[in-house]
Design a protein around this ligand. Structure first.
Ligand code: SF4
Ligand code: SF4
Length: 366
C-alpha cells in the first residue's frame, strides 16, 4: 500500500489524461452529487456530504474538506457502460437498396473515479448479464474493456445502506484497478492506495508516492469501520428466494400497490436493472432510418405489452415482478441476487417505499 498526498492528487488526474482516459467521477450539480466528466480535482465535491432516508436526499456541508465525503449519487456507473440512449445502427437509402452501418470501436475510454464497494458489485453483476451469457453486448463490452476503475472506500454510510446484508460492502475487496481510502484529519489529508491490476499500476508510475506506514493503514481501516458501524438497515437473505416465489398472492402486494406510483424511479436509479426497449425512427423522405436502444422499466405499461395485451397491467403485478425478479428469479438466472444493498431505490422512491421493509413483512407473515 502507498500514500498519495492530497496535494498530489492533481498528478493522478494528469496521469489519467496522459493515458488517454476521460475521467468520470462525483461532482455537485443542482444540489446533488452526480457522476460526470471531471477536468480537475477542483470538480470533486469538496466538503460536501449527503443525508439520505426513505424518499429524502439532502446535501450538507461537512466540517472538513474531504473530497469523497458523500455516500452515494443517484447516478450509477451503468449510465456510462450501458448508456440510457444509444444508436444501434443507421440505414441510408442508396437507389434501390440500403446501406446499414453500426457505430463500432469509437466508444469512450473512461476512468471511473470514486466507485464504491456496492457499485463494484453492481458492475460485476452487469458483467454477468452483458458479457457472460449467450448474447454478449458489444457496446458494454467495448466500454468495459477500455475502462479503468478507481474505487474509493466508504467512510460513512447513509441510513438507506444495507450492503453488508448483500455481502457487497462497505469495504472494497475486488474488481478495481486502484482502490483509495481517503484519510482527512485537521493535520493531514491523504489517500491510502491499493493496486489491483497492472493497468492501475501503470497509471501510478509517474506519481510521487510513498509507502504507507502501519499508522496510515490503521487510519484507513478506521475509515471503513466508521462506515460499517453506521449501517443500520438489514435485509434477511436466508430463504428469501423460496419465500418470495411461494408468496405471489401475499396481501402485502396489494398494500404496496396502494402506495406505489409506478413511476419507475427505483429501476432508473438501480445500478443493476438492465431492461431496455428499441425504437426505430425514419426521416420524412424515407431515405434515412435509425434504430435506438433506450433504458426501459418493468414499471412502464408498454414494457409488458405483448401480442394480445399487457401481461402486467396492475401496479401490484409490476411491483411484485420487480422485487421478485431482483431478489429471487435473478438468482435462478445469474446465480446471484440482483440487489447490492445500495439503498438508492429507497432514497429516490417519491413515496418512500423501502424494499427491506416490504421483504420483512412478507418474510414475517409466511
Ligand atoms: S434494488 Fe435498490 S438497494 Fe438493491 S441494488 Fe437496486 S437500487 Fe440498490
Ligand atoms: S416503488 Fe417507488 S420508485 Fe418504484 S415505481 Fe413505485 S413509487 Fe416509483
Amino acid at each position: 500500500m502507498q500514500i498519495i498526498e492530497r496535494e498530489n492528487l492533481t498528478a493522478l488526474f494528469e496521469s489519467l489524461k496522459k493515458h488517454g482516459y476521460e475521467i468520470v467521477g462525483p461532482t455537485v450539480r443542482d444540489e446533488v452529487v452526480i457522476y460526470d466528466t471531471l477536468n480537475a480535482v477542483e470538480d470533486l465535491p469538496k466538503g460536501w456530504t449527503d443525508e439520505q432516508e426513505k424518499g429524502i436526499y439532502r446535501l450538507k456541508k461537512r466540517d472538513d474538506e474531504a473530497l469523497f465525503g458523500y455516500v452515494l449519487s443517484p447516478h450509477t456507473w451503468k449510465k456510462f457502460l450501458y448508456p440510457p440512449k444509444v444508436k444501434l445502427w443507421e440505414a441510408k437509402r442508396q437507389e434501390k437498396s440500403f446501406t446499414i452501418t453500426e457505430p463500432q470501436g469509437d466508444g469512450p475510454k473512461y476512468a471511473f473515479l470514486g466507485v464504491r464497494a456496492c457499485e463494484l458489485a453492481a458492475i460485476a453483476m452487469q458483467d454477468k448479464i452483458f458479457l457472460e451469457g449467450a448474447h454478449i453486448d458489444p457496446i458494454y463490452k467495448e466500454r468495459r474493456e477500455k475502462s479503468l476503475i478507481i474505487a474509493v472506500n466508504c467512510g460513512q454510510a447513509a441510513k438507506t445502506c444495507f450492503c453488508p446484508s448483500m455481502n457487497s460492502g462497505p469495504k472494497v475487496t475486488s474488481g478495481f484497478d486502484l482502490a483509495l481510502t481517503e484519510v482527512c484529519t485537521p493535520y493531514h489529508h491523504y489517500f491510502v492506495v491499493e493496486t489491483g491490476t497492472a493497468k492501475g499500476k501503470d497509471v501510478l508510475k509517474d506519481l510521487s508516492l510513498h509507502p504507507a506506514e502501519e499508522s496510515a493503514k490503521e487510519s484507513a481501516r478506521q475509515v471503513v469501520k466508521n462506515a460499517e458501524d453506521q449501517i443500520e438497515r438489514t435485509l434477511k437473505t436466508e430463504g428469501l428466494k423460496e419465500n418470495l416465489q411461494a408468496n405471489a398472492e401475499h396481501p402485502r402486494w396489494n398494500d404496496v400497490a396502494d402506495r406505489c406510483l409506478s413511476c419507475a424511479n427505483c429501476t432508473m436509479v438501480c445500478p443493476t436493472c438492465f431492461c431496455s426497449t428499441v425504437e426505430d425512427v425514419t426521416d420524412l423522405t424515407g431515405d434515412h432510418a435509425e434504430r435506438w436502444r433506450l433504458w426501459d422499466s418493468c414499471f412502464t405499461m408498454d414494457f409488458s405489452h405483448i401480442h394480445g395485451g399487457n401481461i402486467r397491467s396492475s401496479t401490484k403485478g409490476r411491483y411484485r415482478q420487480w422485487m421478485t425478479h431482483k431478489l429471487a428469479s435473478w438468482v435462478d438466472q445469474f446465480g446471484v441476487s440482483g440487489c447490492t444493498g445500495c439503498g438508492r431505490c429507497i432514497t429516490w422512491c417519491p413515496v418512500g417505499i423501502d424494499i427491506t421493509e416490504e421483504v420483512a413483512v412478507i418474510q414475517k407473515q409466511e
